[in-house]
Design a protein around this ligand. Structure first.
Ligand code: ADP
Ligand code: MG
Length: 392
């Protein structure tokens, strides 16, 4: 009752819990992923008799790969604790930590937030992890999310080393289990030795969500995030329609969030289809906040440099040379060291690959030296604002 009165007193927004629209938020239930969660539970049963398990989860963007894995691992940790077992669960996003050393540092920071980020070799870091596990008599449950980024940069050595941990520690309390997640098929690129530790039966493939499934997912978020009766059923219908083209739950939740913000801005009493259409117009851009959040700091700084150039010059293109200079200055502003030229080129390639920028040869007899960069479908000023907010 109290909360109803409080709602009335303080409601100037249709949204009662913005947190539930966060990209990292995991709801208490995951509609249409029960079967997959059951399958995971079955796979990881052997952990309770100290036998490590490895699994691989694959599916297009927004199909719940990260969500079901986090949901499952967090539940598993709690259930294990009740049985007197300690599971150390570490979730690494390999797009943000794409080298062996950075992944291991992420694991070590779980045990010791002050572990130095320099001065240890990969083998030494593995040894320190082993010592932590032995001391705590615990198992490690390591999730390598977006693992293709790690494989691309450093190959599969680390995964081999990690899964081999168990040859020596098999059936002791310190087994290491690895869950790999990716959008693309990574198995074809893996060496036989690594492949054999990932059994065929331990693969989960997630399909794009159907319109009906997206409807249920959005409906759940409406209940979690909005005050009662503030979102028209037609609005949910429309969101499900729009998102069903991609089957991407993340896109559907982003649309709901944007539509809610838009309705609030208009001081509307309900989120109506017109607000959804406005949200779609804004979210349609390839440069969405969710995608930006997946970039590392220096990719963001590079993109910020591009948006600064294009804003200042009032022209369609910025050259790579100009952007690199602005990148260096921007790094300074954010008290970070500008990375070397080859790294800068890698950042450009990555953000081009992700669709944030278009790159074409300058055609002024400078081919190979300089290229022209443009933004596909977002005003530079808007992009700059988003990036500065993210980097703050
Ligand atoms: N079955 C589901 N029920 C509720 N929310 C979901 C479901 N699947 C995905 N989501 C939400 O959609 C968004 C994208 O899911 P995510 O797991 O990040 O996708 P992926 O990792 O496959 O790209 C997240 O906000 C997540 O909480
Ligand atoms: Mg994910």
């Amino acid at each position: 009752m109290g909360s109803i009165i409080e709602d009335e007193l303080f409601s100037s927004s249709l949204i009662k819990n913005l947190h539930a629209l966060d990209f990292d938020y995991i709801p208490g239930e995951l509609p249409h992923r029960t079967e997959q969660l059951k399958k995971l539970a079955l796979m990881f049963k052997p952990l309770f008799v100290n036998i490590a398990q490895n699994a691989y989860i694959r599916g297009p963007v927004g199909t719940g790969k990260t969500a079901i894995t986090k949901y499952f691992c967090q539940s598993l940790v709690q259930i294990a604790r009740k049985q007197g077992k300690i599971l150390e669960y570490v979730h690494i996003n390999c797009r943000k930590r794409s080298t062996n050393a950075m992944v291991l540092l992420g694991v070590l920071n779980h045990f010791d937030p002050r572990f130095p980020d320099r001065g240890f070799s990969v083998q030494e870091m593995l040894q320190v992890i082993r010592t932590h596990l032995q001391r705590k008599e615990s198992q490690l449950l390591l999730v390598l999310d977006e693992v293709d980024a790690l494989l691309k940069k450093d190959g599969s050595n680390l995964i081999y080393d990690l899964t081999r941990f168990n040859d020596e520690t098999m059936r002791t309390a310190t087994a290491v289990s690895v869950i790999m997640i990716s959008q693309k098929d990574i198995f074809t690129g893996l060496e036989e030795a690594v492949l054999s530790t990932f059994k065929r039966s331990n693969v989960i493939i997630l399909e794009k969500y159907t319109r009906h499934e997206l409807y249920d997912i959005v409906r759940q978020r409406v209940d979690l995030a909005f005050h009662a009766n503030t979102v028209l059923a037609e609005s949910i219908d429309l969101i499900a329609d729009i998102a069903s083209e991609s089957g991407d739950a993340r896109f559907s939740i982003e649309l709901l969030w944007k539509a809610g913000m838009y309705a609030d801005e208009k001081h509307a009493k309900q989120v109506v289809p017109e607000h959804v259409r406005a949200a779609k117009a804004e979210t349609y851009s390839v440069v969405t906040e969710t995608k930006l959040k997946d970039l590392g700091k220096h990719q963001l700084l590079t993109l910020l440099a591009i948006s600064k150039r294009l804003q200042k010059e009032d022209v369609a293109y910025a050259t790579t040379g100009e952007v690199e200079k602005t990148y260096a200055i921007t790094c300074e502003e954010y008290s970070d060291e500008a990375r070397a030229h080859t790294m800068f080129w890698n950042y450009l390639k990555e953000i081009e690959h992700a669709g944030f920028i278009r790159v074409k040869p300058s055609g002024k007899g400078q081919v190979g030296k300089s290229q022209l960069i443009s933004l596909p479908d977002i005003p530079a000023e808007v992009l700059r604002g988003k990036l500065e907010a993210l980097l703050a």
